[in-house]
Design a protein around this ligand. Structure first.
Ligand SMILES: NC(=O)c1ccc[n+]([C@@H]2O[C@H](COP(=O)([O-])OP(=O)(O)OC[C@H]3O[C@@H](n4cnc5c(N)ncnc54)[C@H](O)[C@@H]3O)[C@@H](O)[C@H]2O)c1
Length: 382
């Protein structure tokens, strides 16, 4: 076995995403044949005890408590940003200026204004970059992309997506701080729009092309919450729920809804696309299946088929088990690492790049603007 080239990773943030990414780096070479091997060089977190404990548990060689020190280290090739949204821009720009590759969690930042300098920084430095819109890399979603690109649906009429949760219904839940920064607009930028709809929008742009105009409504159901950091009851600045309709450049119509107040739903991301010759449906709770309706099927047998996307000729699946045995959520991150390393070897960009993720940000901004002014808004890409 030839010696693999090392790619030294510096991870910032050891929460939920810090774990999914670390798992991706650790497992990728066991399943994919690649020129590169990620080396877990250092993890960075503000609490020394936690950073040390994470480094030991996940087998990082070292830890830092200041991301600036991590970025300055000569032995780090790539900075992976797994911190809340308000720190993405500062870390990504510094990392690019230090000549590091940058892998950044979504959304790129809190809004377009903050995101554009990140795009310019990675482009100016010429460093490889990607944003972790991981759902693209669920095999069934990648398969949907292949079917659409093959023209199986024909002309597209409708795109529909939902992302439903129910974890913020209690008015006693505080905002801000560890675990709850998503409820604090200063940290998150927005509520469900940047957190959940951003995923739906990224997938939609990838599968169905650009969105041109949007009309949105948002609601903040709980208007004041105690802030964990100040201890005071403060106004809530995030959107608890958002629904918008839109027009795509290809002439199709879109409907999107997201909320954290849909009692009974934990993370129900679904999308459906209706075309002239067929339709596709996907559901995160059943992520290894793709529903397909083919209008070309013969008369009485015509109906929806539920395709178990686990055959070796389905995207990514030849790297895993045997046909019929499914994979899950964590594998979307393994796939993103595999694609990143493959693209690094062949000198290709890894989608979505910062520039591509900026379009998602432009749609999010237009959605929030539309909800605020109560009018249709044109999406203004940078
Ligand atoms: N791709 C996805 O499906 C997905 C899912 C969840 C979260 N995210 C995104 O990932 C990012 C992190 O979310 P999470 O759920 O992992 O949050 P989390 O709260 O679980 O973890 C955030 C981590 O960042 C650390 N941190 C905060 N500020 C820091 C700083 N200045 N320096 C170093 N560490 C710092 C925290 O201590 C914590 O370890 C967010 O941008 C979020 O939108 C993406």
């Amino acid at each position: 076995m030839p010696q693999l080239k090392p790619l030294n990773i510096g991870l910032v943030g050891y929460g939920f995403m810090g774990r999914t990414h670390s798992n991706g780096y650790k497992r990728v070479n066991d399943f994919f044949d690649l020129e590169y091997r990620p080396i877990l060089k250092a993890v960075c977190g503000r609490s020394e005890a936690n950073a040390k404990a994470f480094a030991e548990k996940w087998q990082y060689e070292s830890y830092e408590t200041d991301w600036k020190k991590l970025v300055a280290r000569k032995d780090i090739d790539a900075i992976d940003i797994c911190t809340p949204n308000d720190s993405h821009a500062e870390i990504a720009i510094a990392a690019a200026e230090a000549g590091k590759m940058v892998l950044c969690e979504k959304p790129l930042a809190r809004d377009m204004k903050e995101s554009l300098p990140m795009v310019l920084a990675v482009e100016k430095a010429g460093v490889k970059n990607t944003v972790w819109y991981n759902y693209r890399r669920a095999p069934a979603v990648t398969f949907a992309k292949q079917l659409i690109d093959q023209g199986k649906l024909g002309r597209i009429f409708h795109y529909r997506a939902n992302f439903l949760q129910d974890w913020t219904i209690s008015a006693d839940l505080p905002q801000g701080g560890a675990g709850l920064w998503r409820l604090d607009a200063a940290s998150a930028g927005s509520g469900v729009t940047g957190d959940l709809l951003a995923h739906c929008i990224d997938t939609a742009l990838w599968l169905n092309g650009s969105i041109t105009t949007v009309s949105a409504m948002t609601e903040t159901f709980v208007k004041e919450r105690k802030h964990t950091l100040t201890g005071k009851v403060e106004p809530v600045g995030i959107d608890d729920a958002c629904a918008f309709m839109c027009r795509f450049e290809n002439g199709s119509l879109g409907l999107f809804e997201s909320t954290r107040y849909a009692r009974g739903h934990k993370a129900l991301y679904t999308f459906e696309i209706n075309g002239e010759n067929g339709s596709l449906k996907w559901d995160l709770h059943d992520l290894h299946r793709l529903q397909y309706f083919n209008y070309g099927d013969e008369g009485p047998l015509r109906g929806w088929r539920s395709i178990h996307v686990t055959d070796s000729d389905h995207p990514y699946m030849k790297h895993w088990w045997v046909p019929g045995l499914q994979i899950g959520y964590e594998h979307t991150f393994v796939h993103q690492v595999a694609d990143f390393l493959q693209d690094l070897a062949s000198g290709k960009p890894t989608s979505p790049t910062f520039r591509e993720a900026l379009e998602t940000q432009a749609v999010c901004d237009a959605v929030l603007d539309s909800a605020e002014v109560g009018q249709w808004q044109t999406v203004v890409p940078a």
